[in-house]
Write a new protein. Structure first.
Length: 195
């Protein structure tokens, strides 16, 4: 197998370390062709609550199979030009005054350059707030509205968090498990859409 990237992995107990995501992507694409699903979990977190949620969403999405690559990125690390390279975009934001954080909203505003090019992607959202009735659902709906305007496919849930996972205050194990299940459902939907 000839790869365009060269790398010198370190070996410990027979396990390779230090593969960059580009090298990993190239190896998997070589092995599986274009069957690999790519999911971007993008979040903003000031108090680490939304970050913990994002980590669990990533964990759940990664659990669906070897043909799924999940990138977890803080919104400041996301280049809006990379978004069309994904099969799914999941946004996580704390709730500020009943809506998403300005950093997430800025990414959405910049994504207008891809209007019409994201149609058919899978989209999702999750949110945190400091108190009950603090605007979690309005935040998620605002995020989902933007994704729907892009033509993305959104899947709700008949059980639990209908629009996407929410956390009030510090996340407990049940809420983190909901985030993990949500990530798995997103990855499963991506597989269905790609088939």
């Amino acid at each position: 197998m000839k790869l365009k990237h060269s790398f010198n992995p370190s070996v410990k107990d027979g396990i390779f370390f230090s593969l960059t995501s580009d090298v990993f992507r190239e190896i998997v694409t070589h092995l599986y062709g274009d069957k690999i699903s790519r999911i971007l979990v993008c979040y903003y977190s000031k108090t680490e609550t939304t970050e913990k949620m994002a980590e669990k969403v990533r964990e759940g999405a990664s659990s669906i199979g070897t043909e799924t690559e999940v990138d977890l990125r803080e919104v400041g690390e996301v280049d809006v030009e990379s978004i069309p390279n994904y099969d799914a975009l999941v946004l996580g934001s704390p709730t500020y005054y009943g809506g998403p954080a300005a950093q997430i909203k800025e990414l959405i505003d910049e994504s207008v350059t891809h209007h019409g090019n994201l149609e058919g992607m899978v989209g999702g959202a999750f949110s945190s707030s400091s108190n009950t009735a603090g605007g979690n659902e309005t935040t998620i709906i605002a995020l989902l509205e933007a994704l729907l305007i892009h033509g993305m496919i959104i899947q709700g849930s008949a059980k639990g968090d209908h629009y996407g996972p929410v956390v009030v205050g510090s996340p407990d194990e049940k809420e983190l498990e909901q985030c993990k299940k949500y990530g798995a459902r997103i990855a499963e939907l991506v597989e269905k859409v790609r088939d």
